[in-house]
Design a protein around this ligand. Structure first.
Ligand code: ATP
Length: 395
């Protein structure tokens, strides 16, 4: 049984189609991220699963049950927002307990003092207290239960929001950019905490983010979205190695994939890059076709300008990452220049780090390079082994 299922879901705002015929299945216990630029429809999709917005067409099922038309309060989904949405006047204990008090207690039982009068009410209060404690311990909040949200750090507030979501044991978790208000260090910590929590509770989760690194590190599968559609839905490794199109290849992976415009030469089957270089290509392509070769930083190697078969390149920027260095280069391609990023050991290129403005050679490892057709769809991975380019003289 799927945790969350979307079938042919459409949502229009006036003439604008915000979501166009989306089909998506989140398996039970699976963590799925929705990634894409601002306005592509991530939040609209999440809000429809939550019951805060309604599809114009299609069906939404949660834990196997039809949810289309079911009000948010009856869907048994928990939503975690970027602004935490905590009650500032309530303690951490009361914040976490809120979904349980609303669901398990009658109105009079929520009033101070009155609930003491009934044994059944006392038992319900005690059970809520036990459940809140259990969740607070699991999230490392045991020592702040009596504090108000204002006295907590950003990370603790986000944990309280998570606690409030977990305590009701929902059928699905929905996260709307929950980490975007936190600083870089805390984001990394919370990323691990949420992923760890997810593994422990194993509830179907949908996580909206702009940040592909967040999606790559946390999700079992990622739906890459553009303009109300899902371009590709696959595991992080599949998206990285076998993107369906250039837009997916550009979305996934850090640094961004380098793209070389090229033309398939007649006869040799090689790819002409710029005016003077040819990449040997072992793939059936029509002569004269314009393609784009996608090269990730680990497909490229720095060498000297006089190395036979290397693409001539000019260093435009150097980023030190410690053990590695990212060398940004410009190479001649098409009628202009293309930008590539080479990941190198800090001491590369004859034992020293390149500097901006320097002229170098770049050797291309085509064994895992990606080739896209003129419409941007991936044709196939280029077969073969590490190959270098050969210079050709164009008349
Ligand atoms: P962001 O990352 O900026 O939140 P998003 O990918 O979540 O963007 P949505 O907020 O889902 O995108 O919006 C998708 C499209 O639908 C956008 O073009 C947006 O302007 C439009 N839209 C969303 N909600 C409404 C609304 N209530 N009325 C009109 N248009 C809307």
């Amino acid at each position: 049984m799927a945790g969350v299922e979307l079938e042919n879901v459409c949502r229009r705002f006036g003439a604008h189609a915000a979501i166009e015929n989306i089909n998506l299945t989140v398996d039970e216990g699976e963590f799925v991220a929705l990634v894409g630029p601002s306005g592509c429809g991530k939040s609209t999709l999440l809000r429809m699963i939550a019951g805060l917005d309604w599809p114009d067409e299609g069906h939404i099922r949660i834990a196997g049950r039809e949810a289309t038309g079911v009000p948010a309060a009856e869907r048994n989904v928990a939503m975690v927002f970027q602004n935490y949405a905590l009650y500032p006047h309530l303690s951490v204990r009361q914040n976490i307990a809120t979904p349980l008090t609303m669901r398990r207690l009658k109105a009079w039982e929520r009033l101070p003092l009155l609930w003491h009068a009934s044994g059944a009410s006392r038992r319900r209060h005690a059970q809520i207290d036990t459940d809140v404690h259990e969740v607070a311990q699991a999230l490392g909040l045991g020592h702040v239960l009596d504090l108000k949200p204002g006295a907590l750090s950003g990370g603790q507030r986000q944990r309280v929001a998570l606690g409030r979501a977990i305590v009701r044991r929902p059928a699905a978790f929905l996260y709307d950019e929950p980490l975007s208000n936190l600083d870089a260090e805390l984001r990394t910590t919370m990323r691990t905490e949420i992923a760890d929590l997810h593994r422990r509770i194993g509830v179907a989760s949908v996580y909206v983010t702009h940040d592909q690194v967040e999606a790559m590190t946390m999700a079992d599968r990622i739906a890459v979205m553009r303009a109300g559609r899902i371009l590709q839905f696959a595991s992080p490794a599949q998206l990285y190695a076998q993107p369906s199109c250039i837009e997916v290849a550009r979305t996934i992976g850090t640094p961004c994939i380098g793209l070389l415009p090229a033309r398939v030469l007649a006869g040799s089957g090689g790819l002409a890059v710029g005016m003077h270089s040819v990449l040997p290509l072992h793939i059936a392509l029509a002569a004269g076709a314009d393609v784009t070769v996608g090269l990730r930083s680990e497909h490229l190697h720095l060498t000297t300008t006089d190395t036979a078969g290397a693409l001539p390149a000019r260093v435009t920027n150097v980023e030190y990452l410690g053990a590695d260095v990212l060398v940004h280069v410009a190479v001649a391609a098409g009628h202009g220049e293309a930008r590539l990023v080479v990941r190198a050991a800090s001491l590369d290129c004859a034992g020293r780090t390149p500097v901006t403005g320097e002229l170098l050679g770049v050797r291309v490892d085509l064994s895992r390079a990606l080739v896209f057709d003129a419409q941007g769809q991936r044709i196939d991975a280029v077969a073969g082994h590490t190959m270098s380019t050969q210079r050709v003289a164009h008349g």
